[in-house]
Design a protein around this ligand. Structure first.
Ligand code: NAD
Length: 315
């Protein structure tokens, strides 16, 4: 496994990291003991960054992850979780200072740890931007001052959440960004931001190298927000890889970890065999010939995305 510095945090993170949303059963029902085994196995294979949220499985992912982590020395992993998102309705977002601070305490309890490494505001495009900046960010700085977390980040789908945060806080006012579905075979729009932010010392985390299942043989789950046009073309790319005897997830992962300005890419599966395969793919050479063929198929939907959050974030 290769490691890269996470901006100026002083942390070196594995280029492939573990997204624990699967442990909350967000894709399909999971076997909890298998999920625990998966966490142990990915750490043994060199992954050192794990990302979760109270939102995943409505606290289930943090609870299952906590069971796995209770058996592991705290210095073996870098732990990221989130605040502010607790469901899918607008009413399920709460970035108030009091809720954010209570949320960190609840996560510490569920995860069975005394500190979190990276505490992130989750999907900030669903809240009023000024409110997140004026309530949640200062509250998280207090959480850091209290020793309950080390670094502060923001996450979201529209890339403007990151540029707005940079404009407001400056490069020293936050530590990390977590972007998803914007650096994968069918979408490369994160690149200019990743390069600019990494140069400014921010830690750039990329999530969803399969586009939350778009680039898998199983296909996207029912709740997937992508329009049918994107899903259909992604399935053509899946079929092309299948016809060459090469699972598309291998290519998707090798591609996602190939960009040096992205410190780490989060992938999720509760299945240990899938994660072993993903780790091997992150360590393998990128098949540039297959990449070119697949991206040719994906061209009609390249860099297309979907709306997420409040109307002001409409593309
Ligand atoms: P992903 O691209 O990792 O897709 C996960 C899906 O791919 C699951 O259905 C999984 O079973 C399947 N999969 C994984 N490896 C496979 C393999 N080898 N073969 C076949 N199928 C495979 O997308 P994701 O789960 O959305 O993202 C990963 C992590 O990133 C999440 O767990 C979370 O930690 C983080 N994330 C954060 C945000 C946010 O903060 N807003 C959003 C998305 C993701």
């Amino acid at each position: 496994m290769k490691y890269r510095p996470l901006g100026r945090t002083g942390l070196d993170v594995s280029i492939l990291s573990y997204g624990a949303s699967s442990l909350g059963g967000v894709f399909h029902d999971i076997d909890e003991s298998q999920g625990v085994r998966t966490v142990h196995e990915v750490l043994d294979l060199g992954i050192n960054l794990i990302d979760v949220s109270p939102y995943y499985g409505l606290t289930k992912a943090e609870t299952v992850l906590g069971k796995a982590l209770r058996e592991i020395d705290r210095d073996r992993y870098i732990l990221a979780t989130k605040v502010g998102r607790y469901g899918d309705d607008p009413a399920d977002f709460d970035f108030s200072a009091d809720r954010v601070k209570a949320s960190v305490d609840e996560s510490l309890e569920r995860l069975g740890v005394d500190h979190i490494d990276i505490i992130q505001c989750h999907d900030i495009e669903f809240a009023e931007f000024d409110y997140v900046m004026n309530e949640a960010i200062p509250a998280l700085r207090e959480v850091v001052a209290a020793g309950k977390a080390k670094f502060v980040g923001v996450t979201g789908l529209p890339l403007t959440v990151f540029t707005k945060t940079m404009d407001r806080l400056g490069p020293d006012g936050f530590d990390t960004i977590l972007s998803y579905c914007h650096f994968e075979l069918n979408d490369t729009t994160l690149l200019p931001i990743a390069r600019d932010f990494a140069e400014k010392g921010l830690g750039v985390i990329n999530a969803s190298p399969t586009g939350m299942g778009l680039l898998t043989e199983r296909g996207a789950p029912d709740w997937h927000p992508a329009p049918e046009s994107i899903m259909a073309v992604c399935q053509e790319a899946v079929e092309l890889c299948k016809s060459r005897g090469k699972p598309i997830t291998d290519l998707a992962i090798a591609y996602a970890v190939s960009e040096p300005s992205i410190a780490s890419t989060l992938v999720s599966s509760s299945n240990p065999a899938n994660m072993r395969r993903n780790i091997a793919a992150a360590e393998a050479e990128l098949d540039t010939e297959l990449l070119a063929d697949v991206q040719r198929v994906l061209q009609p939907v390249m860099d297309q995305t979907w709306h997420s959050g409040r109307p002001e974030y409409a593309a």
